[in-house]
Design a protein around this ligand. Structure first.
Ligand code: MSP
Length: 594
């Protein structure tokens, strides 16, 4: 039998430094330009072991839906992954509670706005704790610490001459809390057949508004934004969204209205020194990322290593407005803005009026928390929208978690094959080209693939392609199942000492594979991974990225697990789901907020 080379490759940290190019500058903005040099994402002084990840903060005008959970699960996965890598990671989420939309929703519910916001914010918190979203800070924009941060931020922009009193006349969408140019607006009919104007992107109704308010000099920052993006081609990912933003910067940017008259909008933070005006909700909301970092007090440790997760619908706010505000305020820009696409139902956007909103809490009760987390990350592709069906969830979870991973664990720990219930020993002789070797070429391929798996998974986690990481893990699980089937350990004669040693070796290799899969899966399915690793007898301090040394016995090194008692059996890893458990997918009305 041929021995396939099995090479252990050491991975080094891939720090990428890029040179930045800057175009000529006008005297007016020279001081700002210096800020770009000092503060753009590749030039900040970073603490290499700190990491700061954020979700968007969620509007509290309606109950949480599947899309919200998706943003949170992606961020949670990256946060847990960084912890496994030994980082000091901060993970922020929370709720966006000001603005006209929330003011109107509270009015419609006949509630005091703060009570209304608290109720819905608690629903998000409840969803997140049910789904093991392990945030380290939950921010609400109605908190005092946030008001202080926003007021300070506003004053910095004001003192730099970047905000001026002016007037805005144009389209506004309250649903999106967004200003639109005429080419972003189209005609539509409302439910009564009346002609209305809508945002072409979101489909939400827009209204013409004309108001005296404060304007931000966005127009002056366009070339600096371009410099930032050209110098940091990985700042917005996936690349498709990076290119879209670059494209949108090919034309002039209008200045941006950053306040509303308080006669129309009371529910917000008043403009410092002008109680007649309320700060624009997006400026208010975006500053939440700084508030959590500690701004206006010491915030560099976190702010210099900030990464945002956002859905594609809020790209412009995070890639044009937010960096411009930060450049204006002389603050570093985020390291990465990871953009994800949307979940649709029946090919359509989820919406209350269509009655196709998927309730994430209900689904986690049907499919378990880890089941939903796994499904969202296994099927969610950042580049394009995905359609949700319960049947798809059942198929994916049964195939990957119940049959493939669960089946493998079951086989290797079953008392019939492993009566001593130990992490059995490895005998290198079977993996040698000498006469008594029993491994075949496919086995060596498997060893190679599992050995390389942590590096593959790391690369995909880092670029938020979690589905690719899960695909790679799944492929290895299938290979390990193939390995067990190929050698059919149940057919070996346990009275023959050589057969018994080969049986132990097969089990050992399979348990080692499972240990690697369980460790790598922790960011995605923390409960299942915990169950799996505990069953293998892997202790909590042996589950980090540094513990991913696969099959040390094959290299002539000691395996710390060999001979150890397995952990106790606490039930199947993941119970198969039956289709009859699931209602026919009839559209449902979401619960109205009272
Ligand atoms: N409040 C703003 C964000 C302010 S951040 C400074 C907001 N809130 S939101 O509640 O409408 O959306 C929060 C997140 O949920 C966004 O990332 C959005 O893209 C995401 N999703 C909303 N619907 C979604 C789907 N159908 N599918 C996937 N994600 C979606 O925008």
């Amino acid at each position: 039998m041929m021995r396939t080379p099995f090479v252990f490759v050491s991975r080094s940290c891939k720090a990428v430094h890029r040179l930045q190019s800057f175009s000529p500058i006008s005297a007016l903005w020279r001081h700002q330009r210096i800020d770009v040099l000092r503060y753009s994402s590749t030039h900040v002084c970073k603490d290499d072991r700190s990491y700061y990840i954020t979700t968007p903060i969620f509007y509290v005008n309606a109950a949480p839906h599947l899309g919200h959970l998706y943003s949170a699960v992606i961020a949670d996965c990256l946060h847990r992954y960084k912890l496994l890598k030994g980082f000091n990671s901060k993970f922020a989420t929370g709720t966006d509670e000001h603005g006209l939309k929330i003011q109107q929703a509270a009015e419609a519910a006949g509630k005091d706005p703060l009570i209304f916001c608290t109720d819905v914010s608690e629903r998000f918190k409840h969803l997140f704790s049910s789904c093991n979203i392990s945030y380290t800070d939950y921010i609400r924009t109605t908190e005092q610490r946030h008001h202080e941060a926003v007021k300070h931020f506003w004053s910095v922009l004001w003192n730099k001459g970047l905000i001026y009193k002016g007037s805005y006349e144009g389209w506004y969408s309250t649903q999106d809390e967004s200003f639109l140019t005429p080419i972003q607006v189209g005609d539509a009919l409302d439910s009564t057949g009346k002609e209305i104007k809508v945002s072409l992107e979101s489909g939400h109704k827009v209204e013409w508004m004309k108001e005296e308010n404060y304007m931000f000099r966005l127009s002056a920052l366009r070339s600096q934004l371009l410099d930032w993006l050209k110098g940091n081609p990985r700042a917005i990912q996936p690349e498709r969204f990076y290119r879209a933003v670059l494209q949108s910067l090919q034309v002039d940017l209008p200045d941006l209205s950053v306040s509303r008259q308080s006669s129309r909008l009371q529910w917000g933070i008043p403009v410092p020194g002008d109680a007649e005006q309320t700060i624009y909700v997006w400026l208010d909301a975006l500053v939440n990322y700084l508030t959590v970092a500690g701004y206006p007090d010491k915030h560099d440790q976190w702010w210099n290593v900030a990464h945002h997760i956002i859905g594609k619908d809020i790209l412009q706010f995070h890639t044009i407005y937010w960096p411009s505000f930060l450049l204006g305020a002389g603050l570093p820009l985020p390291q990465t803005i990871h953009v994800h696409s949307h979940w649709t139902v029946g090919g359509k956007k989820m919406s209350k009026s269509l009655g196709n909103v998927v309730d994430p809490l209900e689904r986690t009760q049907m499919f378990t928390t880890d089941g939903m987390r796994y499904f969202l990350l296994r099927q969610g592709v950042p580049d394009s929208d995905c359609d949700y069906t319960d049947n798809k969830v059942i198929k994916v979870l049964n195939a990957d978690l119940a049959d493939s991973l669960g089946g493998l664990l079951n086989r290797c720990t079953a008392p019939a094959l492993n009566p001593a219930q130990v992490y059995s020993s490895f005998c290198p002789q079977f993996f040698s080209s000498e006469q008594r070797g029993r491994a075949v070429v496919e086995d060596y391929h498997m060893l190679e693939d599992v050995k390389n798996l942590p590096a593959v998974v790391e690369q995909h986690y880092e670029s938020m392609h979690v589905y690719k990481a899960l695909e790679a893990i799944s492929a290895c699980v299938r290979q390990t199942n193939g390995f067990v089937h190929r050698h059919a350990p149940w057919k070996l004669d346990n009275r023959d000492s050589e057969d018994q040693r080969w049986l132990n070796t097969i089990i050992h290799v399979s348990l080692e594979c499972l240990r690697i899969y369980g460790t790598l899966l922790q960011p995605v399915v923390p409960e299942i991974s915990n169950k799996l690793l505990s069953r293998l007898g892997v202790r909590p301090h042996e589950r980090s990225w540094a513990d991913l040394n696969f099959l040390p016995g094959y290299q002539g090194m000691d395996c710390p697990f060999e001979g150890r008692a397995l952990g106790s059996h606490s039930g199947v890893l993941f119970s198969r789901l039956e289709t009859h458990n699931v209602d026919k997918q009839k559209p449902k009305k979401t619960k109205k907020l009272k």
